[in-house]
Design a protein around this ligand. Sequence first.
Ligand code: F6P
Length: 365
Amino acid sequence: RKAIAVMTSGGDAPGMNANVRAIVRTAIFKGCRAFVVMEGYSGLVHGGPEYIKEVNWEDVRGWSSEGGTNIGTARCMEFKERKGRLLGAQHLIEAGVDALIVCGGDGSLTGADLFRSEWPSLIDELLKTNRITEEQHTRYKHLNICGTVGSIDNDMSTTDATIGAYSALDRICKAIDYVEATANSHSRAFVVEVMGRNCGWLALLAGIATSADYILIPEKPASSREWQDQMCDIVSKHRKRGKRTTIVIIAEGAIANDLTPISSADVHKVLVDRLGLDTRITTLGHVQRGGTAVAYDRILATLQGVEAVNAVLDTTPDTPSPLIAINENKITRKPLVESVKLTKSVADAIKAKDFKKAMALRDTE
Ligand code: F6P
């Protein structure tokens, strides 16, 4: 019987539990053994039955609706070193695992693919240093890897949505609705800072959904002069028309076109100094990431979990590791390496101040 393990890695995202549940249950349904790796890549580095646990059907009961990730997650430094990956390989072989499904963001999936490509040399070294037997070396010649994308940031190329993004968006919109009421009472302006790392998806979509006055995202950097003038122009127009509230949403990764970060304090200062508005800053922080998943994320995570198991069972040493995506409402498989590469090339284009290229790359996704 094949043994399939699942782990969650990087920042938690609502829907990760639904993804783990679907993977565990599909694996068992297909006649495989199911394992969970606790605490992300740290669990692989630690090894042992406490960290690489066999689970059964009942162990994941009720997980679709639970927020966060019940199997833990970590941003693991040791796994970035070959020494850590060597331990990871040894521990997976000791546990008898044939395939690994990683639910995480681009960093976690890059780690997964590196692990897969290094696998032959890792197991050679394990054999040479007598940490595995000849028999294990032959039996675990190839590690099947598959990625499902769990991140609130929605920053992975080649998929329309990442698991958790719509839950975070929902949370942001609700928080802004609350802020609106108090802003209206005092006729105040609010600068609302949202997460997203270097991606403006959460800020942009929340801005549209809440009819914010102005949105600052990393993908559309302008000179300080330009964004300040444009924001003040729009806000004062709205105020002149009798609007009592001003909401400016800023992505945490917002930058000007010289790549200097724009902070919520910068925006606050402009609203106070140039428009004389009574202004407050609300940084939403981790409330965006916590709590239960919205229905969309539960469904996405479940459908992708089923597909991830199908994909690892189909993958041969010659087929590239798949990433489970959603495109135009269909669950799809994409080559993991290509998706990660494309995601990185958008970030690289922004770093090189080639904003046109960054936008074009985003459009080709
Ligand atoms: O990648 C998800 C995310 O929530 C980002 O939006 C944010 O920048 C980061 O993780 C926060 O990380 P941490 O929880 O480690 O502070």
